[in-house]
Design a protein around this ligand. Structure first.
Ligand SMILES: Cc1cc2nc3c(=O)[nH]c(=O)nc-3n(C[C@H](O)[C@H](O)[C@H](O)COP(=O)(O)OP(=O)(O)OC[C@H]3O[C@@H](n4cnc5c(N)ncnc54)[C@H](O)[C@@H]3O)c2cc1C
Length: 608
C-alpha cells in the first residue's frame, strides 16, 4: 500500500522550511539557492538549450582526437601565446637572463589574483577575550547556527572565526548558477547570480553592514555577530572552555560550535609532481577558485576536470556552457575511471544516458580512464591515461572528494571517526559538553541509516540550526533526513534523500515523451498538449534494452528512482521533479516494504 499523500509544500521556500525542528523565523536566505524550477520555467530553459543545439555537434566534434591516440588541447587558442613566448625565450636565452626564462617557462600569465575584498591584516589583539557564543568556521553550518542562536537569544553576542577572507557565503552556485551569470557579463563584488527561476541574489548570506567589528562585540548592547576573518583555530580545550588560535591567542566561551567543513582532496600524482606541474593543478571550493578558473577560460585555455562526483560533473557542464558564449574557446575534458557520469549514485542506464547529455553540452567526456603520468611542456600539461591516450591541458581541476577538517581534534582530545572522518557527535550534535559540531565536519548518528557524514548544503543548514538551538539549551536530537540536489547544465536537475548509492537495488519510474511530443517541447514552451507514458525499470530487468539509444534519447527526462535495502526504500532520487522532497522524506521515514512501487511513484506526479 502506498503511504497517504502528505500535503506538499506550496513553494520551494516552504519546501525547504518544511523540516523538523523548524524555528519560527524565516530561513529563506539559507534555502537551496536554486529554488527549484516549476515546470514552465524548466521547459523554457530547455527550449533555450534546444535552440543552441545546432552548435552542439560542432562543439562535440571539438573533442575528436586530432592524432591517433592523442588529444590535443587549445589548438588555436595558445598558438599566439606560444609564438610570443618562443621569441621572448630566445631573447632571454641570448641575454642569459635565467630568471626571465624561468618566468616564461612557468607561464605566469596564467596566475590570477583574487578579487576578494582587501581586508586589513588581522590582529588577534582586537578580538574579545571572552564570548558567550563562539563559532569556528565561516560557512553555511556556522551561519545557520548564528541564525538559530539569535532567534532564541535576541541579544546574543556571537563571534565567528574563519580562516577565509570572506564573510559567510554559500558554495553551491560556485559550480552552477555563477557560471551562467558570468556568461552574460561581469561578476559583481558580492557575486550576485541569477537563480534558475530568474530571481537574483548574492553568494553572501548577508551584506557587510550586517556584521559588527570584532573589537566592538563585547560592548554591543543588542549583541550581533562579528566575524574574525583570516584566523585559524588550532585547538579547543572543552574542559576549560577555551580555544587557541594558531598565533597562540586564547578566547574563552560559554558555548562553542565547530563547523570547519572539509578540504578538497588532491591526487599523489599531482602533489608529488615538480612545481611546474603543481602550479597547473587546482582544486575547487572558493570564490578565488572560481575567479582563477574563469580567467583560464577567458584566456581560451583547455581544462581537464578529474573526477566523476557531483562537483566534477556539475563543473564540467557549467564550464562547457560558459564556453558556448565564446567564438573561440578551449576544450573541457572530464576524465574519470567509471563507465559513465555519476555512476556511483545513478543506476547504470541513467548514468549512461546522463553521460550522453553531458557530452551534448560540449564536454569531452573520457570515461574508463585514470592517470598514468603527467608531464609539463612549455605551457601545457600532458596527461597520459591508462587508455593509451594523452590529453593536453592548460589546467587540471581535481574533483575527487573532500576530507573533513579535523586538525583541531589533535591536542583537543576530540574523537574523529576512523572510517568516515569527521568529529564524532552524539544525538544532540555534541562532541563534548557545550561543544557542538555541525555540517560537513560532523559524524553523526542517523537512527534510520546508521552513523553518517554528509557533505551537502541542506545538512549543513539544518545541523547548524539544530546545533545553534542546542547551544541556547534546547536539547533537541538531530533526526532530520537531509536532502541534496545537483544540476548538470540547464536541462538536468535532481534531488535526492536517504541512501543514494548505485550499488543498492533500484527501481526507476520515468515519464516518457513521444517523438512528436518532444518536437513540440523543443519548439514551444507549452506543456498543455503533452501526454506521457511511464516506463519502469526494475533491478531484475535487463537494462541493456534501455541504454542510451538514439530513439530513446529522451527516455529519462523526468522520473523517480527508489533505492532499496532489505526491500525497504532507503533512498529516493527525484529526476527533474521538484517540490516533492517532503513526500520522499515521509516515505523513507516510514521505513517499510511496498508491494507496488509504481503506486508509490504515482504520488510524485511524474506525469504532471
Ligand atoms: C563548488 C561546490 C558546489 C556545491 N554544490 C552543492 C549542491 O549543489 N548541493 C548540495 O547539497 N551541496 C553542495 N555543495 C556542498 C555544500 O556546499 C557543503 O556541504 C557546505 O558548504 C558545507 O557547509 P559547512 O559549513 O559544513 O562547511 P564550509 O562551507 O566548508 O565552511 C567551513 C569553513 O570553516 C573554515 N575553517 C576550517 N577550519 C578552520 C579552522 N581551524 N579555523 C577557522 N576556520 C576554519 C573553512 O575555511 C570554511 O570557511 C557544494 C560544495 C562546493 C564546494
Amino acid at each position: 500500500m502506498p503511504p497517504s499523500s502528505p500535503s506538499l509544500p506550496r513553494d520551494p521556500v516552504e519546501r525547504v522550511n518544511n523540516v523538523q525542528n523548524k524555528p519560527q523565523e524565516n530561513y529563506n536566505e539559507l534555502c537551496r539557492p536554486r529554488l527549484s524550477c516549476n515546470t514552465e520555467v524548466l521547459r523554457a530553459v530547455n527550449c533555450n538549450v534546444s535552440r543552441k543545439a545546432s552548435n552542439e555537434s560542432k562543439e562535440t566534434s571539438a573533442c575528436d582526437k586530432s592524432e591517433s591516440g592523442t588529444s590535443t588541447g587549445t589548438p588555436g587558442g595558445d598558438k599566439g601565446d606560444d609564438k610570443t613566448k618562443t621569441i621572448l625565450l630566445a631573447l632571454a636565452g641570448a641575454l642569459g637572463v635565467g630568471g626571465l626564462l624561468y618566468y616564461f617557462m612557468n607561464d605566469k600569465s596564467d596566475t590570477t589574483t583574487s578579487t576578494s575584498p582587501e581586508i586589513p591584516k588581522p590582529n588577534s589583539a582586537d578580538l574579545p577575550k571572552h564570548v558567550p557564543y563562539l563559532l569556528i568556521g565561516g560557512g553555511t553550518a556556522s551561519f545557520s547556527a548564528f541564525r538559530a542562536i539569535k532567534s532564541n537569544d535576541a541579544k546574543a553576542k556571537v563571534l565567528m572565526i574563519t580562516d577565509e577572507n570572506h564573510k559567510p557565503y554559500m558554495r553551491p552556485p560556485l559550480s552552477k548558477e555563477l557560471w551562467y551569470t558570468a556568461q552574460k557579463g561581469e561578476i559583481s563584488n558580492d557575486y550576485r547570480f541569477k537563480q534558475w527561476t530568474g530571481a537574483e541574489r548574492s553568494l553572501y548570506f548577508e551584506p557587510e553592514e550586517f556584521f559588527i567589528e570584532p573589537s566592538k562585540l563585547s560592548d554591543s548592547e543588542n549583541g550581533g555577530i562579528a566575524v574574525a576573518q583570516g584566523f585559524k583555530v588550532k585547538k579547543v580545550d572543552p574542559t576549560n572552555r577555551v580555544i587557541t588560535l594558531s598565533d597562540g591567542y586564547e578566547i574563552t566561551y560559554d558555548q562553542c560550535l565547530i563547523a570547519t567543513g572539509c578540504t578538497p582532496k588532491n591526487l599523489p600524482i599531482f602533489t608529488e609532481a615538480p612545481p611546474g606541474v603543481r602550479e597547473k593543478v587546482m582544486v575547487y571550493r572558493t570564490p578565488e577558485d572560481f575567479e582563477k578558473l574563469k580567467k583560464y577560460l577567458d584566456n581560451k585555455k583547455t581544462v581537464a576536470i578529474i573526477g566523476n562526483g557531483f562537483l566534477g560533473s556539475e563543473l564540467s557542464c557549467s564550464l562547457a556552457n560558459y564556453n558556448k558564449s565564446k567564438t573561440d574557446s578551449g576544450r573541457i575534458y572530464q576524465i574519470f575511471q567509471e563507465t559513465a557520469n555519476m555512476s556511483k549514485i545513478l543506476p547504470d542506464y541513467l548514468s549512461k544516458w546522463t553521460m550522453e547529455k553531458v557530452k551534448a553540452q560540449g564536454v569531452c567526456v573520457v570515461p574508463g580512464a585514470s592517470l598514468k603520468s603527467v608531464q609539463r611542456d612549455n605551457s601545457h600539461l600532458n596527461l597520459a591515461l591508462t587508455t593509451g591516450e594523452t590529453i593536453m591541458a592548460d589546467v587540471v581541476v581535481v574533483c575527487v572528494g573532500c576530507e573533513a577538517n579535523t586538525e583541531i581534534a589533535n591536542g583537543s582530545g576530540l574523537e574523529v571517526d576512523q572510517n568516515l572522518g569527521g568529529f564524532v557527535v552524539n544525538a544532540e550534535l555534541e562532541a563534548r559538553r557545550n561543544l557542538f559540531v555541525a555540517g560537513d565536519a560532523s559524524c553523526f548518528y542517523d537512527p534510520l541509516l546508521g552513523r553518517r557524514r554528509v557533505e551537502h548544503h541542506d545538512h549543513s543548514v539544518v545541523s547548524g540550526r539544530l546545533a545553534g538551538e542546542n547551544m541556547v539549551g534546547k536539547k533537541k536530537p538531530y533526526a532530520h533526513q537531509s536532502m541534496f540536489w545537483s544540476d548538470l547544465g540547464p536541462e538536468i536537475g535532481y534531488e535526492g534523500i536517504g541512501l543514494i548509492d548505485s550499488s543498492l537495488p533500484t527501481v526507476g519510474v520515468f515519464a516518457l515523451a513521444t517523438k512528436t511530443e518532444r518536437q513540440t517541447d523543443n519548439l514551444t514552451e507549452s506543456s498543455k498538449d503533452e501526454t506521457e507514458q511511464a516506463k519502469t525499470t526494475t533491478p531484475s530487468q535487463d537494462v541493456s534494452d534501455v541504454k542510451c539509444k538514439e530513439e530513446q534519447a529522451d527516455n529519462y527526462g523526468r522520473g523517480v528512482v527508489f533505492y532499496l535495502r532489505d526491500e525497504k526504500i532507503v533512498g529516493i532520487l527525484l529526476w527533474n521533479i521538484f517540490n516533492r522532497i517532503g513526500l520522499a522524506r515521509t516515505i523513507i521515514k516510514e521505513n517499510k516494504k511496498y508491494e507496488d512501487l509504481n503506486e508509490v511513484a504515482k504520488l510524485f506526479e511524474i506525469h504532471s
